[in-house]
Design a binder for this molecule. Sequence first.
Ligand SMILES: Cc1ncc(COP(=O)(O)O)c(C=O)c1O
Length: 402
Amino acid sequence: MKNNLFAKRMENIRASEIRELLKITEMPEVISFAGGLPAPELFPLVEIAKISSEVILEDGRKALQYSTTEGYLPLREKIAERLHRVFKTTVSTDQILITCGSQQALDFIGKVFLNEGDVVFCESPSYLGALNAFRAYEPRFIEVPTDDDGMIPEELEKLMLTCSRRKLIYVVPDFQNPTGRTWSVERRKKLLEIAQKYGVVIIEDNPYGELRFEGEIPASLMSLDNTGTVIGLGTFSKIFCPGMRLGWIAADTDFIEKFVLVKQGADLHTSTTSQMQVNRFLEKNDIDMHIAHIKDVYRERRDTVIEAMEREFPRSVRFTRPNGGLFTWAELPEGLNARKLLEISLERKVAFVPGASFYACRPKDNTMRINYSNMPEDRIREGIKRLGEAIYELSSISSIAV
Ligand SMILES: Cc1ncc(COP(=O)(O)O)c(C=O)c1O
């Protein structure tokens, strides 16, 4: 009966497989490679306690009051300055809108750009949270074949020609969620050329770019763009704390004006208190040092997970070796199903996310996402050992050699 009351768009919105899985992984005995959670032991609790009380005691009447939709000006200034320094962009303060995490920005992008049936091009696979946010606006997804260097431009261009209602290209070019892959600069340039040629907007979602363990940060799409084609999304979730729920949209002011309108309807503004706390943290502490510390810890964990997979997994399982970020992506031999593997590995108290739900259109059942940021090295080794055993068990049950 109640079903008649729901809007049609709700048919497209399903519970995220990860959210469901996280309920299981909260059990302390489970070794979880499932969530994309930062390591909580790296949250700077003492400093946050100090700045929080300073913000309330010194400026509490402002911190607890309504504030502007665009966001707290000093924080927007710092974000613009940081984007310039780290990602070589030229965005100004008025091109920054503070959002409640970049997840809110993804929802706003759907709201501002997508009519039912409009086309969103995305990587294959892509970030599940973005696909789900866009789904509410009933677009048509077109998955673009992708290799280790990013989207394959010739394939993108061919697909562009197959449809007329082209709107957005959604990409995560740095340490992508879920694969951990990073695009080459060559591919970034090609993507921009194609987007400009066909008049399509690029969404560059970049939560992990600063978490680079080796090498230089490559030119961001935003920094390569001088035509206002790229909308950049950023967040404090992975370089500070996700519980603050602070992210941002960096874009041409024409776009920002629209986002401000939808944000007014959604929540008026992002928490004034959170914004002032993070702003003060940036004033009183060295965020670069904090990020360097996070990277040291995650680099060790990345090394540990890769070494363990090389040792424990059959040779026929392929996986990515990311230079940063939180994830590696593994592909089982054809015919082995990662959802079945999850059932077996959960019996051994190990969780990961089967890769199928990261595909907008054509799921590959033999893929899996493995997160390495959230556990100490000994648990990573033990978890991968059990996962390796589970793969051999699945291979013998399925009669597929590995
Ligand atoms: C690619 C990508 N975009 C956006 C988000 C959302 O991040 P938040 O809303 O915490 O800023 C995530 C979170 O894992 C992500 O991986």
